[in-house]
Design a protein around this ligand. Structure first.
Ligand SMILES: [Zn+2]
Ligand SMILES: [Zn+2]
Length: 220
């Protein structure tokens, strides 16, 4: 059998591992749950219970469970190695991290689809790879229309509209599920939240009653 290496530090690992124990430890130390509480309503990480939740102020009942801060060194490295350094095996590690926070076996996992350009460039959709490796059933519910606009010069409202036009619901796949099926929507990073919220709204507006999101990183 071929020797297996940690995709992050290149150390030899056992065949049952995805990354080495040291890298796993470094990653686990960075998790929000080690040093922050969460908003009861939306899951957003808060410094203390006393603060008004900024995420609740901006969005309406938009539940997002993010694992680590965007500023964290190791978690971001995992994502960068996965997306840009061709370490595709990390999809399994990220899938396992998400799995730990899902205890509803009936829930269906879906993902924010990558753009047609990056699909062409990379050859695979990074969030779909992760969704397919998660324990819950994965169903493709969203499509990326390929519309892309430089968002920097736009107002907040314009950005939201652009994000909303960028994604489409896959109605054929959605029609195969009951509206009460819990949906878990995954993405890699939440920054403004606009992309994820646009996708969330497509699912909610279609009629799914229980839609929750998860991301690996969150920019606070
Ligand atoms: Zn390692
Ligand atoms: Zn909140």
């Amino acid at each position: 059998m071929l020797a297996k290496h940690c995709p992050i530090c290149d150390r030899l690992i056992s065949h049952s591992d995805v990354i080495c124990p040291d890298c796993r430890n470094s990653f686990e130390k960075e998790l929000f749950d080690n040093f922050m509480t969460r908003c009861n309503n939306c899951g957003y990480p808060l410094v203390a219970d006393l603060y008004e939740c900024p995420h609740c102020r901006e969005f309406h009942n938009f539940y997002v469970y993010s694992l680590s801060p965007y500023s964290s060194y190791f978690s971001r490295r995992i994502l960068e190695f996965y997306k840009f350094n061709g370490k595709k095996s990390l999809s399994k590690f990220i899938a396992q991290c998400f799995d730990k926070h899902i205890n509803d076996t009936d829930a269906v996992v879906t993902w924010v689809p990558c753009s047609p350009e990056s699909l062409k460039k990379r050859g695979w959709d990074q969030m779909k790879e992760i969704a397919l490796k998660m324990k819950n059933k994965a169903v493709c519910l969203l499509l990326n229309s390929g519309i892309s606009v430089q968002q920097k010069t736009l107002t907040k409202e314009q950005r939201m509209t652009v994000s909303q036009n960028k994604y489409l619901l896959s109605e054929n796949n959605a029609a195969m599920l009951s509206k009460t099926t819990p949906i878990i929507l995954i993405d890699d990073v939440m920054t403004t939240g606009n992309t994820l919220y646009a996708c969330y709204l497509l699912l909610k507006n279609y009629g799914f009653t229980d839609v929750r999101c998860m991301t690996l990183l969150c920019e606070l």
